[in-house]
Design a binder for this molecule. Structure first.
Ligand code: SF4
Ligand code: SF4
Length: 376
């Protein structure tokens, strides 16, 4: 089999089916990444959403029989929303990060990988593949970096010269021995804009992220948000784009290459107040297709409540009082108490005092205390 010719065919086919960038690397272990992951674990910097087994994350041979190469792909996604609605007093809006616009990228990238695998399968005998997007064992960014898709920026994103860091990544391990591509030179240079702009200091040093401080991770947690991050989250409902939008390599980068990636402005930038009492069914119908809904409605609702507090949105007081009085989830009642304290006013104060007399949950009582302190 002429793998050089097949590689050319695969590259040509990938362009035809809308894969924006493709790279190849060996199936060798990712030793540098392994050491980094061990260090991250020691420091407690991991999010907890990752695949747990570091050996499997960095040794393709443990998860695939005879991995001879890995094919990495990237799909460019839009960075600007057409007709973005503006939030205003009385009708505040939250925001989903760009990577959660349009159809869930896990689905889109997997479809492309499947198409690519079928194509290769039709050309080579006994070809085997293992496809991965985000939730697989391997670290997508490490594969993309080694396959020459882009360099690993100080903001921990893979940055491509063509599409900036606005790319979805995925890869497949195969038993076919494609020749590897060259990794790309780091092009961050002296720039430190992402580190300077990060609102929580989550980028502890160039290329090192403390996920526990990263808003992108924090927006996905289900408990009450730790106090120190409540004023930093702003109106983000899911994810955080700050270290990408600030990056000079993303300046003017905005590709609209796949209609499935186009955001519905009412979903990507939704009104906050209707989220407070949205039913499970309604949430699934409206947000089920976007990747930002993967943790269910609770984190999104909690973040919507914090966003209303951030805006000091007076028109939301009655709705927040209803949440404080009626929601069955202590984390949600507690967050409402805190936001009522942020917004302030007599109505909020009275509601907090009444709730204090009635409430029995210690977490909620603690948040009511904080709310009342904010009022003082
Ligand atoms: Fe900081 Fe946001 Fe980037 Fe996380 S995503 S490192 S919080 S700027
Ligand atoms: Fe690199 Fe600057 Fe972009 Fe950070 S902001 S990733 S340092 S180019």
């Amino acid at each position: 089999m002429n793998y050089e010719a097949l590689k050319d065919e695969v590259i040509a086919y990938s362009k035809k089916i809308g894969i924006d960038k493709i790279g190849f690397t060996s199936g060798d272990p990712f030793i540098e990444m392994k050491n980094r992951l061990i260090r991250q674990e020691e420091l407690g910097y991991q999010s907890g959403f990752e695949h747990k087994n570091i050996e499997e994350r960095t040794h393709p041979e443990l998860i695939f029989d005879e991995p001879r190469s890995i094919i990495a792909i990237a799909l460019a996604y839009p960075s600007k929303m057409k007709d973005a609605p503006r939030g205003e007093r009385g009708a505040r809006r939250g925001i989903f990060c760009k990577a959660s616009w349009g159809v869930d990228y896990h689905v889109l990238v997997r479809e492309k990988l499947e198409q690519l695998a079928s194509f290769i399968d039709s050309k080579a005998d006994h070809a085997r593949f293992k496809l991965m997007v985000d939730t697989g064992e391997l670290v997508d960014r490490a594969v993309a970096e080694r396959a020459g898709i882009g360099w690993s920026g100080k903001n921990c994103s893979i940055i491509t010269p063509e599409f900036g860091s606005y790319v979805y990544l995925g890869e497949m391990i195969t038993n076919l021995p494609f020749a590897p591509d060259e990794p790309m030179q780091d092009q961050c240079g002296e720039c430190t804009k992402c580190l300077d702009a990060c609102p929580t200091g989550a980028l502890v040093q160039p290329g090192q992220l403390d996920a526990q401080r990263c808003i992108a991770f924090l927006t996905q947690t289900k408990g009450v948000l730790p106090d120190e991050f409540r004023d930093k989250i702003g109106n983000r409902l899911y994810g955080c784009d700050t270290c990408q939008t600030i990056c000079p390599k993303n300046k003017g980068v905005d590709f609209h290459l796949n209609p499935d990636m186009e955001p519905d402005p009412q979903i990507a930038k939704p009104l906050l107040q209707p989220l407070l009492d949205i039913s499970n069914r309604e949430f699934k119908e409206k947000y089920g297709e976007v990747s930002g809904s993967w943790r269910g409605k609770k984190p999104i609702q909690r973040n919507a409540i914090l966003a209303l507090g951030h805006f000091k949105e007076r028109s939301a007081v009655s709705d927040l009082i209803k949440v404080l009085n009626e929601d069955v989830r202590p984390e949600i009642r507690g967050t409402a108490a805190w936001s009522l304290g942020k917004i302030g006013g007599e109505q909020a104060k009275e509601a907090l005092i009444r709730a204090q007399a009635r409430e029995s949950d210690s977490l909620v009582l603690e948040e009511i205390d904080k709310g009342l302190q904010l009022l003082e």
